[in-house]
Design a protein around this ligand. Structure first.
Ligand code: 6GU
Length: 242
């Protein structure tokens, strides 16, 4: 998979070179490229924002640098080592926005199948609306929010999305089984985990986990998942009334 990230703070993404995603990058499974939006400006001050038409607080990101950046990146080839040949070569263009659809595990799964993702990180009061219209001519445009709270810009949201998507690409997480038994993969929160010692500060590991009865352990873990989900996230259960 190829991922391009466009931001006025590209160094935010230095952290993505660490750990699992860094290894995926080194091995060629993930072709991750971070770009400075100012590279597509033409003036001496490398201007990316201006005052809003109609008045109001704050600044709006100018359309011209975004247009040039998206035109160039959408046309660049992908070397998709992990994904089979796709019929159309159009990228999916994602703008992180608190006004977008909420990012879920199902969103991560859907996007992990794409050959080319482009993330456009807005700052200030947002990006000139015409950029989204232009982007729609280049690929599928998605506005995606991390949740119902406000961040200063899209960078932190894109870090989270790239990590959630990247770890679903085959070969990025070493043991694929560790992807299965996680919170949200089956619609429930994950069960509690324990390791040695079996007694720590007078607290015992639930005896069933030491029983060697794999059927009983699986049933207990399932109960724990349902109970935790009911207590912490009743909204995830199908019979939730509120
Ligand atoms: Cl994607 N962007 C910003 N600026 N704030 C957010 C968000 C995104 N998701 C939640 N809050």
């Amino acid at each position: 998979m190829r991922i391009d990230v466009v931001s006025i703070f590209p160094s935010y993404f230095d952290g993505l070179t660490l750990s699992l995603l860094g290894k995926a990058r080194d091995s060629g499974i993930l072709d991750l490229n971070v770009h400075d939006l100012r590279d597509w400006t033409g003036d001496r001050h490398r201007t990316v924002d201006d005052t809003p038409y109609g008045g109001g607080a704050g600044m709006v990101m100018k359309p011209e640098p975004w247009g040039l950046a998206l035109d160039q990146l959408a046309a660049e080839p992908t070397r998709a080592a992990s994904v089979p040949e796709r019929v159309e070569g159009r990228p999916t263009i994602i703008f992180p926005s608190p006004a977008g659809e909420v990012f879920r595990q199902s969103t991560a799964r859907e996007l992990a199948d794409r050959e080319h993702l482009i993330f456009g990180c807005g700052r200030y009061e947002g990006i000139d609306e015409r950029v989204f219209e232009e982007a729609a001519a280049l690929g599928e445009v998605r506005l995606i929010s991390l949740g119902d709270y406000v961040l200063n810009g899209g960078e932190v949201a894109v870090m989270a999305m790239v990590e959630a998507i990247g770890r679903l690409i085959p070969g990025v997480v070493g043991n694929p089984e560790s992807l299965v038994e996680e919170s949200h993969e089956d619609g429930l929160l994950e069960y509690p985990s324990y390791t040695k010692p079996s007694v720590w500060r007078d607290r015992e590991v639930p005896p069933i986990l030491l029983s060697g009865n794999h059927g009983a352990i699986a049933a207990w873990r399932r109960e724990q998942q349902i109970e935790r989900t009911r207590r912490r996230r009743p909204d995830l259960l199908p019979d939730d009334e509120g």
